[in-house]
Design a binder for this molecule. Structure first.
Ligand code: MF3
Ligand code: CO
Ligand code: CO
Length: 271
């Protein structure tokens, strides 16, 4: 049965609030980019995220976010090399050759923007660059696939089709998914990057906001969550992993990317 989701379909004034939240989140990412370099600790990047957000009167949504096991202790996620997602900023120092995903989510007047980018630190291996490029292209394959009223599954179909054809040695993570977003950080529908049965039932109607955030592993899709911190997810085989994320608004005329400014990597960007 196909059912509309009126609760998830925002009115025009609410869409404007989501556009503002996405714009602020994107400006925070713009502010961050120049600090991401070899020799910098992930904690110092976290502090920049935290201070910029509070200085502008907003709230870092990750800080104290409640997972299954424990509260997230920092204001953003920073996932280096074999960390798939949910890395906790700390005393790790970024070094030449690393790939590092920074995932920031802010709450602006109660509405959320959520995005991530993977950064190359200096010269990286050909494989690390290819994983990163594959994750970036996968995000845009997903964005280009959606249209008003489409099945959520068109996103996963487009991503899996692309990765199978162009990077068959890489894995598309299925355990962690994109999500609806609005006055809640995570809400329905789930947005899987590998089509699920539910994703053929769920549809993206005008007024719905959601994220696409594919994680691409250099090897298998199996991962292990760190039992000590309850958050850090690493690849089981030790291969590296990359991710990109945008917050999107479906409209009557097609999809809008809410978390992209002219300073961010544009569609078609080459790493
Ligand atoms: N930003 C992540 C996402 O894209 C979620 C992080 S939850 C946290 O959905 F608690 F780890 F911050
Ligand atoms: Co997200
Ligand atoms: Co995110």
């Amino acid at each position: 049965m196909i059912r509309r989701s009126p609760r998830l379909q925002l009115a025009e004034h609410e869409r404007e609030l989501m556009r503002s939240a996405g714009r602020f989140n994107a400006q925070l990412m713009d502010h961050l980019r120049s600090y991401v370099a070899a020799g910098v600790s992930t904690d110092s990047i976290n502090r920049i995220v935290h201070d910029y957000t509070l200085d502008h009167g907003h709230r870092p949504a990750c800080l104290g976010y409640r997972g299954d096991v424990c509260k997230f202790p920092k204001s953003c996620c920073i996932s280096v090399n074999d960390v798939v997602c949910h890395g906790i900023p700390g005393d790790e120092i970024l070094k030449e050759g690393d790939i590092v995903n920074i995932d920031i989510t802010t709450s602006v007047d109660g509405w959320h923007g959520d995005q991530s980018e993977t950064f190359l630190i200096g010269q990286v291996s050909d494989e690390a660059r290819e994983i990163t490029q594959c994750a970036f292209n996968s995000l845009y394959r997903g964005i280009e696939a959606v249209y008003p009223g489409c099945q959520v599954a068109v996103i996963g179909e487009a991503i899996v089709d692309y990765v199978r054809k162009k990077h068959p040695q890489f894995g598309v993570v299925d355990r962690y998914v994109g999500h609806g977003i609005g006055q809640r950080f995570h809400q329905l529908p789930n947005i899987p990057h590998v089509p699920s049965r539910k994703a053929y039932q769920d549809r993206l109607y005008p007024g719905m906001c959601f994220t696409i955030e594919p994680m691409i592993n250099g090897g298998g899709i199996q991962s292990v969550c760190d039992s000590r911190d309850g958050w850090t997810v690493r690849t089981a085989d030790g291969k590296w992993s990359a991710q990109f994320e945008h917050t999107l608004l479906m409209t009557e005329n097609g999809v809008e990317i809410l978390t992209l400014t002219e300073m961010g990597p544009q569609p078609g960007h080459r790493f």
